[in-house]
Design a protein around this ligand. Sequence first.
Ligand code: ZN
Length: 441
Amino acid sequence: MLWLLGRVAVGAPRLTTWRETRAAFEKLEATYGNGATADSAQYPFWTLHATDALWEIKDAHRIAPLPGRRRPTISVLDQVNPEAGFTPAVYAMLTGDLGLVANAAATLLARFFNPVPVGLVAAVGLDGVVPAGREADLMLPIPGFVAFPKRTAIHAELGGQWTSGIGTLDDGLMCVFSDAKGPYDDQSIPGTDLIEYRGQGLNGDQTLKGGGNAQLLVCQQEQKPIRYWHQPAGGDWGFDTWTVIVDRRLVWGKGEDKQWRREFAWVLAPVPSPFRDQWPQSVLERLAQDDQQTHDETFETEAPTAVTKQDAGRQYRKLCASVERKESLNHGRTTRTASDRYFRSADARIAVMLRAQGMCEKPDCGGQPADVTDRGDAILEVDHVDERAAQGRDHPANMIALCPNCHAIKTRGSTRRDLKRKLKTLAERLHREAEAWENVL
Ligand SMILES: [Zn+2]
C-alpha cells in the first residue's frame, strides 16, 4: 500500500501490471519486511481487490482462484499478467489531494513500521509528501485540536466503536477513552506526568483474558502508541495526547454493582508522537524498566468493606499501614527503580475516601454536589495538600478529599495559600481521628 501511495505521489499512471507489482513488492519485502503478514505479493494484490471500491484488477475473471482456494496461484498471475490499480474514483481523490496520501502513508507507518526504517519512505517514493520527522503531524486527528460532544460523533468521523472504553478507530490504532468519573477527575497521577487508566470489566475482578484489557496487554508488550481521549465533567471529548503503557498494576476499585473488586490500572506515559524514535529518553527508560508483570497492590489489603465506623477505622489503619510499608521500602532510595519512579498508592486514596464518608472534608464547604458518580461514589477529588512534586507525602495525613468547588479554590482561588495552611493542619487532624475510629461506638 505504501508503494501504491508512492506511485500516486510521484505521478505514476493509475494502472500497473502484476509483474511490476510483484517485482517491487519482493524488493521492498527483502529490505523492509517485518514478517508481520504473508510475504507473497499475490496476497495484497488479490486481497485489495476484495472490495471493488478501492482497487480494481482488469480481467479479474480470467485469474479467479480455483474453487475452494482463496487466491489465484502465482503461475496464473504470471501467465495472465493483469493490469491493476486504484479505482478511477480513488485515484482521482488521491491525486487531487496529496495531503490525503500523506495522511494515509503516515498512519500506515505508525501502525506497521514503528520506528520508521531508514530509507523506506524514499524507497517507495513518498519522501516528497512525508518529510522525515514530520510523520506525526500528517496524521489525523492532531492531539489537542478536536472536540466531540459525544462518542457517537467520534465514531461518525473516525470510525471504531462508540461504547467501549478501549478500542481502535478505523485506522487500526488503539484508543482509550476516559471520562470524568471517580475520585480523580482527570486521572493524571499527582506529582508525575503519568496517566492512570482503569481497565475494562463492569463487575467482578478484571482479567487479562479477552476484551479491552487483552488488547491493552498486547499494546504494553509491543509498546504500541495509544490515543488518550478524555472528557472532562460537562465538557466535550478531546484527543488529549498520544501515550504508551509503561506499567500495569492491580488495585481495588468499585464495579458497576458498587462492589469492590480488583481492577487493572494501566499506567500511560504521554508521548509527543506515535513514532517511537520521537519519544523522550525518560519514557524510553520507563519502557526499558517495565518488567511486563502485573504489580498487584491488592494483596496487602482486603477489599474495603467498611459498614460501621469501627470497621472503617480498622480498614483505615490497615490501608495506612500498607502505605507506610511502601514508604519505608522507598525511603532513602536514590536509584530510579520500577517501584519508585513514580509512586502513588491506591491504598492512600481509598483510605481518604473512606475517611471522608462521602462528604467534602473542607469544614465550611458550601457547594458539594448532591449527585453521585455512576459508580455510586460521592463527587469528590482526592488531593495532596503538599504536592508530590514538592516532596509532599503520598499518605492520608497529607491528603484531603474535596468537592470540585473546594478543589478549585485550593488550586485557583485568591485565598489558596491561606487555605493550604489550614488544610495541612486539618488533614493531619482528620487522619488522627480516623485512626482512632475503633473507639467510636
Ligand atoms: Zn467542598
